[in-house]
Design a protein around this ligand. Structure first.
Ligand code: SF4
Length: 182
């Protein structure tokens, strides 16, 4: 086994042991619903499938996150779905104009539960450079509920991955809340 592989072993051990400990504690206490919740959260958190949905330039950074350099597959999210019915994370990557807002809402409504929204970049967060133009929605939160804002114009792929990890954390802990990451 290589040196690098060996160095990472302790990290895996720590995560696995803490998950198993929590499950064991609940089994001993006879709290089956807690165990099921924990296992489901673990499963959901490690298999968040984004909707393949790029509107403008931020989408290039979203695509870069799938490249070998940033490797979104490490987080179980490489399966970009072309259908909202098979997706649970909507990454709004780009400028949302009035006409597109209707489509964004329809796609959100068609997504499966539990579903999450990342507003990626300044345009999706508040209209960005176009916030006061006649046809741009100044923040996609006016169309769909946003869970994580990732600021920047455009944000780097690392920032998007951080946003994705926040959603994984919400799924694993069952605690949902608005988070902004830079
Ligand atoms: S935030 Fe910047 S990079 Fe992203 S869609 Fe708007 S103008 Fe383009």
């Amino acid at each position: 086994m290589s040196q690098a592989r060996h160095e990472l072993d302790w990290l895996n051990d720590e995560v696995v042991v803490s998950e198993v400990d929590v499950v064991n504690e609940n089994v001993i206490a006879g709290k089956l619903p807690n165990v099921i919740k924990k296992v489901l959260g673990w499963g959901y958190g490690n298999s968040t499938w984004p909707l393949g949905f790029g509107i403008a330039c931020c989408a290039i950074e979203m695509m870069a996150a799938s490249s070998s350099k940033y490797d979104i597959a490490r987080f179980g999210s490489e399966a970009m779905r072309m259908s909202p019915r098979q997706a649970d994370v909507m990454i709004v990557a780009g400028t949302v104009n009035e006409k597109m807002a209707v489509v964004v809402r329809r796609l959100y409504d068609q997504m499966s539960e539990p579903k999450f929204v990342i507003a990626m970049g300044a345009c999706a967060s508040n209209g960005g450079p176009y916030w006061d133009t006649y046809n741009v929605v100044d923040g996609v939160h006016k169309v769909v509920p946003v869970d994580v804002y990732v600021p920047g114009c455009p944000p780097r792929p690392e920032a998007l991955l951080q946003g994705l990890m926040e959603i994984q954390e919400m799924l694993k802990t069952g605690k949902r809340g608005l988070i902004t990451k830079g």
